[in-house]
Design a protein around this ligand. Structure first.
Ligand SMILES: [Zn+2]
Length: 377
């Protein structure tokens, strides 16, 4: 006996109710019965011409990939886009979304976290001002029946036994909680009745499953990605070097640290030297703190890896503190380095990794970024 959704076969997690077994392992996504037939269905929406507008022009590389995604979709092929941080990957799927909608097909754009859904929804609504768009995240839903849906991966289960999607776009597939999460991945597959496009900033070769791989290695503004500089130093000296770097750079800085305890500790120690605040899952005013950094009201934020993705601060520099920690693997470090130089007005910047040893994560991260910079796609 096996759960049709999460493939759990552990009988202790399969419970019987009214003569039918259901799965407890993935119960948080609604009850699913072992013998339950799947009835995700396709429907044809009216053929209406959909279009979008952007107030800037796509770069040459963005145009090329955008076109390729339409071709792949027409040929019923799945695509995987490896797009470096700041390359503008959201806009490259607009064309294929328009194509599918205009064919009367149903489209879903999903992303792991709720804050990102809200941001994405607002952005896409501006571009697709004539299209009705449904939006769902934990605690909120609107226009569930719309032809075009934007949601978190967690909310996809609502479409599992309902109207599925012809085109599914998943952003940040390398991020928590989607990455290597069997249940969420299975739900994604069950909702996808046609083809998918997965977007990511960091792909490992084990993530590729027969899709066509497309590279977007150039940032929108055309500058190289900043290559991190490793500073090898014994643990007890790292704090001193950190202080010197902060004083020397005299710019907006995000210091990434491995634990919440270190956030508190550093903020406490450095408060007398510099305007500094902490950000972590334990700090209640994260958004406000980030805003203060953006506005230059504070100079330094000390953060856990909570902020590794999706945050854009103009002209910011980054320092990784205790880079030898296991949390700082290749993916995380690439994301962290990607915070720097995102804006066309400040396309470069510094990324320092303070570490007591040369870890595999650090060496791989530097190697990958160099390779991406040299790649000629
Ligand atoms: Zn299950």
């Amino acid at each position: 006996m096996q759960c049709p959704r999460c493939h759990n076969t552990n009988l202790q997690h399969l419970y019987k109710v009214n003569g039918q077994y259901y799965c407890r392992e993935c119960i948080s996504f609604h009850r699913v019965y072992v013998k339950q037939e799947r009835f995700t269905k396709k429907i044809q929406y009216p053929l209406i011409y959909h279009h979008y507008q952007l107030d800037f022009e796509l770069s040459r590389q963005q145009k090329k990939i955008s076109q390729k995604l339409v071709e792949n979709y027409q040929q019923k092929k799945n695509s995987l886009v490896l797009a470096v941080c700041g390359s503008g990957k959201t806009e490259i799927v607009y064309e294929v979304i328009c194509y599918a909608l205009s064919q009367g097909q149903r489209v879903c754009f999903c992303i792991p976290r709720k804050e990102l859904v809200k941001e994405l929804y607002e952005r896409i609504c501006q571009s697709f001002s004539h299209t009705v768009i449904g939006v769902l995240y934990g605690g909120y839903q609107q226009n569930l029946d719309a032809q075009f849906i934007i949601c978190t991966m967690h909310q996809l289960y609502k479409f599992e036994n309902d109207i599925g999607f012809d085109l599914m776009i998943a952003d940040e597939v390398d991020a928590f909680p989607f990455y290597q999460n069997r249940v969420l991945n299975e739900i994604f597959t069950r909702c996808c009745l046609g083809n998918y496009i997965k977007l990511s900033a960091t792909f490992a070769s084990e993530d590729i499953q027969g899709e066509e791989l497309l590279f977007m290695n150039r940032r929108y503004h055309g500058y190289d990605l900043p290559v991190p500089q490793m500073i090898l130093s014994p643990s007890f000296l790292q704090k001193l070097i950190l202080v010197l770097l902060i004083l020397f750079m005299h710019k907006k800085i995000i210091v990434y640290v491995p634990t919440v305890a270190i956030v508190y500790q550093l903020v406490h120690t450095l408060r007398s030297i510099v305007d500094i605040e902490g950000v972590s899952s334990h700090h209640p005013h994260n958004q406000k703190t980030i805003q203060e950094l953006k506005e230059g009201k504070i100079q330094v934020i000390v953060s856990t890896t909570l902020l590794e993705r999706g945050m854009t601060v103009e002209d910011v520099q980054v320092i990784v503190y205790h880079g030898e920690h296991v949390l700082f693997d290749e993916r995380t470090l690439i994301q962290i380095a990607g915070r720097v130089g995102r804006k066309p007005d400040f396309p470069t910047g510094k990324v320092y990794i303070l570490t007591s040893e040369r870890t595999k994560g650090i060496t791989q991260c530097i190697k990958t970024i160099r390779r991406l910079n040299q790649m000629n796609v």
